[in-house]
Design a protein around this ligand. Structure first.
Ligand code: GLA
Length: 341
């Protein structure tokens, strides 16, 4: 029998929202957990470009609408995620007559997309990851020597439109969703070199007058990385730009990362304890920065559904077990919050 547990989000009311990124099946599978412990939702995929707008004249709104409706019925806030991304953007968006589309056409299509999405959802959401992962990843010595710590990831957007696509996206989002807080969202956000690139990308945007208001730290961590101290430095650095901070995609992997080739291993009690300890420490850190952190979202609800689990390599990265019982860390996180620690 599980101990009776208080609500996680109610216990964190004075600190920040507790969110989950979900797909429609969670509305039934995880309904009870969501209603009790979470007060914010993000669509895992349903508001991204390709799933929502796969062809120029074809829009698919129902899956996102069902999540928005659940949030509304249950008094939950919603974050919107993420139209401008090098992944999950349809090929047609960058093409015209079998070649790369000219910049003006890409900007026109971007405006059309952002207008439709914003007009449909701007009253239902309060925060929007407008651009996702535009920062260069894992650059080597040669890249550093040649380009310095250049922030920009080489994508179809960059090639077609130049770096201006970034500010354009924020201006368009502001134009069509004037009251929604606009975020930039990225991963490996605590790696010292990538952190500097993310900082530079956002600083450049702000210096050029883009209406950027927040940074989403994805927080896909594992049980060995990153050090808490790097997380702390990162929050401070990003917040020094005057941005609000959201933790947007939190999970703690037992493996290195989703793409790693490590074979399935036995997940020992010791590893589970470590994961619990990391969650407790991170939430303690987040509480101490609740003046700049407004929201902490996990990428999923419980271990029965996670993008990190593969049939050949199950994984258990979330706060709730596959049977929906809370992990020990959840009790501790609640006790600490209630005690105002
Ligand atoms: C990135 C994206 C998310 C999601 C995850 C994997 O972190 O920001 O939208 O696609 O990868 O599920």
């Amino acid at each position: 029998m599980n101990k009776e547990i208080l609500s996680l989000c109610d216990s964190y009311k004075k600190y920040f929202d507790i969110g989950a990124a979900i797909s429609p099946p969670s509305l039934t599978i995880h309904a009870d957990l969501l209603k009790k412990h979470f007060n914010s939702l993000t669509c895992e995929n349903q508001m991204k470009y390709e799933p929502m707008h796969p062809e120029e004249d074809k829009w698919i709104f129902e899956p996102a609408d069902s999540i928005v409706a659940f949030a509304k019925e249950n008094g939950m806030r919603m974050r919107m995620h993420a139209p401008v991304w090098h992944n999950q953007t349809p090929k047609w968006f960058f093409e015209a007559n079998g070649r790369l589309a000219p910049r003006e056409l890409v900007f026109e299509r971007l405006e059309q997309h952002i207008k439709v999405v914003a007009e449909r959802y701007r009253d239902a959401v309060y925060a929007w990851d407008v651009v996702n992962e535009a920062t260069a990843d894992k650059v080597d010595e040669m890249f550093l020597r040649r380009y310095g710590n250049n922030p920009y990831r080489l994508t179809d957007y960059l090639v077609t439109c130049g770096v201006e696509y970034l500010e354009k996206a924020y201006h368009l989002a502001r134009k069509y969703a004037p009251h929604v807080q606009l975020f930039y969202n990225d991963y490996n956000e605590c790696d010292p070199l990538k952190r500097e690139r993310i900082y530079n990308l956002m600083k450049n945007l702000l210096d050029r007058g883009a209406p950027l208001q927040g940074f989403g730290m994805q927080t896909h961590y594992n049980i060995n990385k990153p050090d808490l101290d790097e997380v702390k430095k990162s929050i401070e650095l990003y917040a020094s730009l005057g941005l609000r901070i959201h933790i947007t995609e939190m999970d703690i992997n037992f493996y290195t990362d989703v793409h790693s080739k490590e074979a399935a291993m036995e997940i020992t009690d010791e590893m589970r304890e470590k994961q619990n300890e990391i969650y407790v420490k991170l939430f303690e850190l987040y509480r101490s920065y609740s003046d700049v952190i407004d929201s902490v979202t996990t990428w999923g609800v419980a271990d029965d559904r996670s993008w990190l689990s593969r049939p050949d390599r199950p994984n258990y990265p979330l706060l709730f077990n596959a049977d929906h019982s809370p992990k020990p860390c959840v009790y501790k996180m609640i006790d600490d919050a209630v005690a105002g620690k």
